[in-house]
Design a protein around this ligand. Structure first.
Ligand SMILES: [Zn+2]
Length: 92
């Protein structure tokens, strides 16, 4: 082990969001206001609408966040798809 790499400060502070945040979004299906919690990173999350109960996706952006319908989300914005991609193999 090289001594100069220790200290636990390896993360880039510019991309760190310290905590999850509570947001309110309009459901992309029915427009109902739904509260959601975004994690402290840029991972997309599933949200269940308070109005119609439909699952949609919320994703943090550099400023604010966006919501989208699951069927319209690109793979990198879909938590399920991301998990498949990352679990399926080491390619890419
Ligand atoms: Zn809804």
């Amino acid at each position: 082990m090289k001594p100069h790499t220790n200290g636990g400060q390896a993360m880039n502070p510019a991309v760190l969001i310290p905590t999850s945040t509570q947001e309110t979004a309009s459901c992309p299906y029915c427009g109902a206001k739904t509260s959601l919690e975004l994690p402290g990173n840029y991972k997309p999350v599933f949200v269940f609408c308070d109005g119609c109960g439909t699952k949609f996706i919320a994703e943090r952006l550099q400023e604010g966040f966006q919501v989208m319908q699951v069927e319209n989300a690109p793979c990198f914005s879909n938590p399920d798809c991301r998990e498949l991609e990352m679990g399926a193999g080491d390619e890419e």
